[in-house]
Design a protein around this ligand. Structure first.
Ligand code: 9WN
Length: 448
């Protein structure tokens, strides 16, 4: 056990956030990710919300410094750091080519799952200072509105309430098997790839990180954006990766729903929030739900085909209430099934990123098998929403047990018995969202 008691665990979690705090935002982790990341910051703010409201607010506000004029909230806001070895850095993104990029901040040119409205709702709920909370909502509301407007305006070409991601990095689950088929359609020998030098596999372990071919594809897409100067109309026609991801859309709907409550609380208009989040919640069910398999799928807009998902992203739409109460049973059964809970002789911690019986499973590799704390936390919230308290409690207990035993890792092995020859520490250590969501589980008043 890395930490003997839950009290020690809580103190250590706050210590991780303090360690990664830069003065205006929190790095996801020290060496591997030395800048500010979009959805990381949302999750991080939720932890701070329990003991330092102002720091949570600074975390969010500092992210919006990087917001583009068209509303897009970039996936990375870079900070000046001569020590940083992160690839791709600002010089590679060349966002100065984009008309809408901010001049006061250096950013990437893509976005990430829009958790901020949901995060704001959590931090507002956790503070006693209602006057200050109101002030903060009034300040952030227009920025979050612009972020959602951007997504509905530019990423929902069919106006069906489902927005698409245009890069695996936008999904947050970068090398998920869900994107494999799209990647297979890409032939590196047919394009001229810019010269580039990866850093991630020198800082992190090679077998934990995406493959070289994955990176070639990531860089290829980035080069497409640069060539079209990030112009939305051009990318709509020329970006080959356009996928409606159920998790991204569920987060959008949940954030929209949270913002409608906060808008009502401060006396601001609620119509757009309600209309958009309702549309997305329903579209998830109408287009992406598969009742037979008990999961939501993704949809590949580039070839107009369903991508059957065997990942835990397909379970996340319960956070947005996308299933009628009497139709949630197949999804709960899927979580309890050997695919996600393991076999009696090889039980799993909830919840592996990929079904354990999927041939593409790789228990050490990034988004292809390990347990991630942010996925567990989202699922926990969804399970509470449906009153599935036993499964929710299992997820919380498994997560806290993993962190207490192995520390604040970026991700964890899914099997309860450690397979021979596999080291238990996966990804980076002292990882911020692992710490902040651990804090939420330890401090929230409605924990089960
Ligand atoms: C690319 C920061 C980010 C997370 C992502 C995770 C990983 C970056 C990378 O780290 O992605 O955005 O370089 O691998 O996949 O979800 O936001 O923690």
């Amino acid at each position: 056990m890395a930490y003997a008691t839950r009290e020690e665990l809580l103190a250590a979690a706050q210590g991780v956030l303090a360690h990664n705090w830069t003065g205006s935002f929190t790095k996801p982790t020290e060496h591997l990710y030395p800048h500010q990341w979009n959805w990381d910051s949302g999750f991080i703010a939720i932890g701070y919300g329990h003991y330092d409201f102002e720091r949570a607010v600074t975390e969010l506000k500092s992210l919006y410094r990087g917001q583009w004029r068209n509303g897009m909230l970039p996936h990375i806001v870079f900070r000046e750091d001569p020590q940083s070895r992160y690839f791709p850095g600002p010089d590679f993104w060349e966002t100065h080519r984009a008309e809408d990029a901010p001049t006061a901040a250096m950013t990437s040119g893509i976005t990430q799952p829009p958790v901020q409205g949901w995060a704001l709702w959590h931090i507002v709920r956790a503070t006693k200072d209602r006057r200050r909370a109101r002030e903060v909502v009034n300040e952030l509301l227009p920025l979050i509105r612009a972020q959602h407007e951007y997504l509905y305006l530019y990423r929902d070409p069919n106006k069906e309430g489902l927005v698409y991601v245009r890069h695996p990095w936008e999904s947050g689950t970068d090398n998920s098997p869900a994107w494999d088929d799209a990647l297979k359609r890409f032939d590196p020998s047919e394009v001229v790839l810019p010269v580039y030098q990866r850093q991630d596999n020198q800082i992190g372990k090679v077998n934990h990180r995406p493959t070289q071919r994955d990176y070639d594809y990531y860089v290829y897409l980035l080069d497409v954006y640069r060539r079209y100067s990030y112009e939305e109309g051009a990318l709509e026609s020329h970006c080959p990766f356009r996928i409606q991801d159920p998790m991204f859309n569920a987060i959008l709907a949940r954030s929209g729903e949270c913002m409608s409550e906060l808008a009502e609380w401060v006396g601001a208009p609620t119509d757009s929030w309600v209309r958009q989040s309702t549309m997305t919640r329903r579209a998830l069910y109408d287009k992406l739900w598969d009742p037979q398999r008990g999961t939501f799928d993704a949809w590949d807009l580039a070839i107009e085909q369903r991508i059957p998902l065997e990942t835990n992203s397909g379970l996340i739409p319960i956070i947005a209430g996308s299933l009628p109460n009497d139709e949630v049973a197949p999804l709960l059964r899927r979580i309890e099934s050997p695919a996600f809970s393991g076999e009696p002789q090889s039980p799993a911690f909830l919840i592996p990123t990929l079904a354990l019986n999927d041939p593409r499973l790789d228990i050490e590799k990034y988004w292809r098998g390990p347990v991630w704390i942010n996925m567990n936390w989202m699922l926990y919230e969804g399970l509470l929403r449906y009153g599935a308290y036993d499964t929710a409690a299992r997820i919380r207990e498994d997560s806290l047990h993993l962190i207490q035993t192995y520390g604040f890792q970026e991700y964890f092995l899914p099997y309860q018995q450690l397979p021979a020859g596999v080291a238990p520490h996966l990804g980076a250590g002292k990882f911020s969202w692992t710490a902040s969501l651990c804090i939420d589980w330890l401090m929230r008043s409605d924990a089960v």
